[in-house]
Design a protein around this ligand. Structure first.
Ligand code: 6PG
Length: 478
């Protein structure tokens, strides 16, 4: 029987996705550059379903039903191009090449256009959920042509995570939209992880709450609006004791956070789109700062703190929970707003309710909150910003006093809370009647005749700063 899908690249994610297809009743052709990995997969898991063992891409392609579906699961970047180059001559018009890695969406846009010239479909698919998700049901964000989704979508939906029986997979939009949405998911993931880290640091450094006790607090928070995968795993990490030293594991882990790049990509493309994802950006910068170990070591000796000892607010832990909730909400709002900007820029029709809905299970940022977010955009509702949806405006309003108290306390104690504070600054910036941008416009007009608009009438104006300082109507140069 011909295979319904082929997977090339059998490292953990590729192998687990192949197994997921097979466990769901699909015949899966598998290929890896070194046959050893293919055999290791088949030896260990060959009895989980119908696999077709292949030793070359030619064999892989020959084993597939048409239109052929070939999923590339190799490292993002050049390796993807190299596999595509080998595949193209082997394929026929109408076949579908799928990239399930964390590729940059601009690469996906380019590849989609290149393969379209050969009448081939190229589908960039965002897959979230780590190794376990790939095996048991990830959240899946496919881009590419709508037509390709007809042949591919049902299979992806079958292997995806389910929320109340609904697949966490839906066609996102054309070309690189799937990978773009996955990238923004990762940006939110970074911010979500950082705000949890800030909450931990505050409870530890300001209130002296040890990791084991915090683990219980995080477990309790699972019963609140914060309930999410990342809170759940944080409780698990904080409960872990190092076998060697008997210390909390978190105390023996070096405090420098790694990053593979998707968070950074989110911020770079947000800057290009002019999208103010300040909380997400601060979370990427916080990882960067944590990794500057030499500078940090020297700064510990040289830089003064002058912290002020303060009495902690009553119910400090509950304050921290509320500050965490509000900051987290801002990160989601910023990520979704960025999706809106990208939709206009790239001509994608991004449905924010559907995107929120497929993040409800399977992915790293899965959280109870996402069900509420989905509802905020459902039935054609289009709040300009998530925070303006009545349910969220109300929820955040309740958290504000605690949010301000926590940040003020952190500042006095010298505990950095970059995402808590950037998120509050964003929130205040959004709601403030007048921003100092008016002064910036004045400065720009003075040194560069960049012109400004007036609050009281239409048009573009310039003050003749070096002359008699009278105002003239001007042609805008922005
Ligand atoms: C997911 C994750 C995953 C990501 C890792 C590592 O959704 O399953 O986002 O795709 O690559 O979490 O990311 P960093 O190394 O950048 O932290």
């Amino acid at each position: 029987m011909p295979a319904q899908i082929g997977v090339t690249g059998l490292a953990v994610m590729g192998a687990n996705l192949a197994r997921n297809f097979a466990r769901n009743g699909y015949t899966v052709a598998v290929h890896n550059r070194s046959v050893g990995k293919t055999d290791a997969l088949l030896d260990a898991h060959g009895d989980e379903g119908d696999f077709v063992r292949t030793e070359s891409l030619e064999e892989l392609v020959a084993s597939l039903e048409t239109p052929r579906r070939v999923m590339i699961m190799v490292k993002a970047g050049k390796p993807v191009d190299s596999v595509i180059e080998q595949l193209v001559p082997l394929l026929e018009a109408g076949d579908i090449v799928i990239d399930g890695g964390n590729s940059h969406y601009e690469d996906t846009r380019r590849r989609e256009a290149e393969l379209a010239e050969h009448d081939l479909h190229f589908v960039g698919v965002g897959v979230s959920g780590g190794e376990e998700g790939a095996l048991l049901g990830p959240s899946i964000m496919p881009g590419g042509s709508k037509q390709s989704y007809e042949a591919l979508g049902p299979m992806l939906e079958k292997i995806s995570a389910k929320y109340d029986g609904e697949p966490c997979c839906t066609w996102i939009s054309t070309d690189g939209a799937g990978h773009f949405v996955k990238m923004v998911h990762n940006g939110i993931e970074y911010a979500d992880m950082q705000v949890i880290g800030e909450a931990y640091d505050l409870m530890r450094s300001a209130a002296g709450i040890e990791p084991a006790e915090q683990s219980k607090i995080f477990a309790d928070w699972m019963k609140t609006s914060l309930s999410s995968f990342l809170i759940e795993i944080s409780a698990e990490v904080l409960a872990q004791v190092d076998a060697e030293t008997g210390k909390p594991l978190v105390d023996v882990i070096v405090d420098s956070a790694g990053q593979k790049g998707t968070g950074r990509w989110t911020v770079v493309s947000a800057l290009q789109l002019g999208s103010p994802v300040s909380g997400i950006a601060e979370s990427v910068f916080a990882r960067g700062l944590s990794s500057q170990r030499t500078q940090r070591e020297q700064a510990q000796e040289i830089l003064a703190g002058h912290e002020t000892q303060v009495e902690l607010p009553e119910n400090f832990v509950e304050d921290v929970r509320q500050a965490l909730f509000a900051s987290k909400l801002v990160s989601y709002a910023q990520g979704l707003d960025m999706l809106g900007s990208a939709a206009s820029e790239y001509g994608w029709e991004l449905k924010l309710d559907e995107i929120a809905s497929l993040w409800r299970a399977g992915c790293i940022i899965r959280a109870d909150l996402l069900d509420e977010i989905m509802k905020a955009y459902a039935d054609g509702q289009k709040p300009e910003n998530l925070l303006l949806a009545p349910a969220f405006a109300e929820a955040i309003a309740e958290a504000i006093p605690a949010w301000r108290r926590v940040i003020a306390t952190a500042v006095q104690l010298g505990i950095p809370v970059p995402v808590f504070s950037a998120s509050l600054a964003y929130y205040d910036g959004l709601r403030r009647k007048r921003l100092p941008a008016a002064l910036i416009q004045g400065q720009r007009d003075l040194f560069g005749a960049h012109t400004y608009e007036r609050v009281d009438r239409e048009g573009t104006f310039h003050t003749q700063w070096s002359g008699d300082k009278t105002e003239i109507a001007a042609v805008s140069t922005h």
